[in-house]
Design a protein around this ligand. Sequence first.
Ligand code: FE2
Ligand code: FE2
Length: 391
Amino acid sequence: MWRAMVVMVMGVMFVAGCGSASWKPRDVSDLGGQRADYLVVTDRDAYELRDAVVRGDVLSGTVVHAWALSARISSRSKLPNLSPETIAERLGWEPFEHPATVAIPTQRIVTISRHEEESGTGTVLGFGLGLMLVVGALVVAGAAWQPSCGRPLRVRGRRCVTPLATTDEWIADVEVAPVPAPVLPILRTVWTQEAQAEHAAIAAFAKLSLELIALGAPPDLVIRAHRAALQEVQHARLCFGVASAYAGTKLGPAPLPEALEGDTVDLDRVAREALLDGCLREGLAAEIAATGASTAIDPAIARVMRIQAREEAQHAELCWAIVEWAIGRGGEPMRDMLLGQVSRAAFPRCDDLPEYGRVPHAVVAAMHAALLERTRQRIRMSGLPTVRLAA
Ligand SMILES: [Fe+2]
Ligand SMILES: [Fe+2]
């Protein structure tokens, strides 16, 4: 909580001390009828709009980018003076495929910034501090970053997870040790989110196997996608087991009809999702789980995390095989597209509780930075002939 208070205080300093800016927070009621570029955040998604205007109770404009939020943002938050893409990257928002134009009822707008061609001395300071205000508001509001594990199920770019149900059908037998009362709500939330994410990963790999068939991929990739889906079933059961134990109630997945909604087959999208969701997200998840397993004091938690570490690493390698196959099919334009995606990698939720298997933010940040660099190098080298040195 003290960290949340610090970032909130720093955020208030930003609002008080920052002068002119190129992305200025606005009140929805004060937008007027003039056309402008906006960053609009609703209760569940965000849009960068060009040439947008308010008519009556609707803001409409051309969509430049659209993202699904990683967590709800408080209506008290002011967006920092950063480009929308930078805010999206720092807050772990996920891009989704969007229509060319959008009309948003103004009552859905939680917070909004308008692009203005100005600059000011407070801008550089405000960049970091303003972001802290939003992050602080997220923490204070109890909102969560994305969990570390589980390849996301994306339906037309939007991340889907199952609602929760009261059932013991998905609960693996995991006997966790008692934990102190202040820690219990955090662990209950974290493991419930991990269970939902692992459950979504089952559908994500099932969908991937069909997409690989539709794209004419070799059998090895299809076999490995099916194997990954089965491993995610076990991950989901283990995580629902831990979550139920911490919650003191039976937790499992509810029906998820969105799992049958599809996208049109698209090599670029399959390669992009393999990179972001597999090589990067599952690759980082494997490292986090390995570290968490090494510091967790409860043997049951360490065992679950060791399984995740081993198998998430396999899933990351499967996705590297898909990326390399896609570069072989798409050539240099595919390689360039993928290199441009690396910086969009999501950053997971962290909690500074190593004795409970939760890896601190600073450790994950170092892993994340190193992984991005290794990923860029591997994409650049993918498909190039190997030079064998003479003995
Ligand atoms: Fe998993
Ligand atoms: Fe996985």
